[in-house]
Design a binder for this molecule. Structure first.
Ligand code: F6P
Length: 375
């Protein structure tokens, strides 16, 4: 492999807290430890295609580590292997423009990439590696649904936002004897609702992996009333579904690697409960993008920086084609081929996503505490 003298950094997919911490650690390690140059592509792979980048140096990354978002901006569209073109007459065509991106890298002397993203972004990273580009991936997503790593960065900060919201919602729920429905993100995996609900003392946790019935939810509300509690907190994943129904799709984004955007199931449940529960008012809150922003949690700051350092070490030690990961409190690696679309044995996975195990320890603990899953 050609010696690496200059690397490019890409942040792709939905943003989350911790991206700037990775950018900062990658840049500092590349410059201080290996004396190599760093550039950051603007808006994910779009920047690679349009050759739009900024130089990253010690000054540029100073003071960004704790901040949410990404100084490089992000996009969850722009798959360069299937890129969308629209003519003036509205005709849509998809083309593979990955060679243009590779030519841009050669022109600027960029020898390797650090790609920070979730499954869609890392699938393209794998595809660039297959075309001979030295790439190392860094696992990001609030959803925590990437296989082959115990946890992604961004997840802990999102949980912090959820628990903070549940603490606030508790007091107003108590004051008004209300049933409160809180929808959280997570796509088809229930991690955010499960751990957010457990840490935030939810009474009912509804996740995609355990379909629910209205009767079971109402039974729990009645049980709490009988105990003199008179309010109930229900946290619901955007990907949750009733036993006799399907997921709620909010929008289709055609040129995205994962075109379905979920959302709205919490509002639907609220309207249903409002008709069936006559001794309480039922109110709805969608935490939406609040989960993706804000100051990065201490866990994510540490994890993201450790990932960033390891991504550069891995590249410089000839480990292209890998993703850094967190396993048993250690930073390690796994091949991108293994991560993308598969996952390891032992993880409950659906279409490549790491799912909550309905019979697993966390659900078991929550049930022991009397939390209902609506099943
Ligand atoms: O994958 C991260 C995520 O925030 C999901 O939890 C959510 O379903 C999706 O992105 C929202 O995407 P968008 O930013 O396109 O609305």
């Amino acid at each position: 492999m050609k010696p690496i003298k200059k690397i490019g950094v890409i942040t792709g997919g939905g943003d989350c807290s911790g991206l700037n911490a990775v950018i900062s650690a990658v840049t500092k390690t590349a410059i201080r430890k290996y004396g190599i140059e760093v550039v950051g592509y603007i808006k994910g792979y779009l920047g690679l295609y349009q050759n739009d980048f900024i130089k990253l140096d010690m000054d540029r990354v100073s003071g960004i580590m704790h901040e949410g978002g990404t100084i490089l901006k992000s996009s969850n569209k722009d798959n360069l292997f299937n890129y969308r073109f629209e003519d003036e007459d509205g005709t849509v065509e998809y083309k593979d423009v990955s060679d243009i991106a590779i030519e841009n890298m050669k022109k600027e002397g960029v020898d390797a990439l650090v790609v920070i993203g979730g499954d869609g972004t890392l699938t393209s990273a794998r595809d660039f590696y297959r075309k001979g580009v030295p790439v190392v991936g860094v696992p990001k997503t609030i959803d925590n649904d990437l296989p082959s790593t115990d946890v992604t960065f961004g997840y802990n900060s999102a949980l912090t936002a959820i628990v903070d919201a549940l603490d606030k919602i508790h007091t107003t729920a108590f004051s008004h004897d209300r049933v409160m429905v809180i929808e959280v993100m997570g796509r088809h995996a229930g991690w955010l609702a499960l751990e957010g609900g457990l840490a935030g003392s939810a009474d009912v946790i509804l996740i995609p992996e355990i379909p629910y019935t209205l009767k079971s939810i109402i039974d729990k509300i009645n049980e709490r009333d009988a105990d003199g509690k008179n309010f109930s907190i229900i946290i619901i994943s955007e990907g949750a579904k009733p036993k006799d129904g399907d997921v709620h799709i909010r929008e289709m984004v055609e040129d995205s690697a994962d075109s379905e955007r979920l959302g709205g199931i919490g509002e639907q449940l609220t309207n249903q409960l409002a008709k069936l529960v006559d001794n309480h008012e039922v109110r709805y809150t969608n935490l939406a993008y609040i989960q993706r922003g804000g100051i990065t949690s201490h866990f994510d700051r540490s994890l993201a920086q450790r990932f960033g350092v390891s991504a550069i070490d891995t590249l410089m030690q000839g480990g292209a084609g890998k993703m850094v990961r967190y396993r048993g409190r250690q930073i390690a690696h796994v091949s991108l081929e293994e991560v993308v679309g598969k996952g390891e044995t032992g993880e409950t996975s659906k279409g490549g996503a790491k799912m909550v195990e309905p019979e697993g320890q966390i659900v078991g603990a929550a049930k022991s505490l009397g939390i209902s899953f609506g099943d």
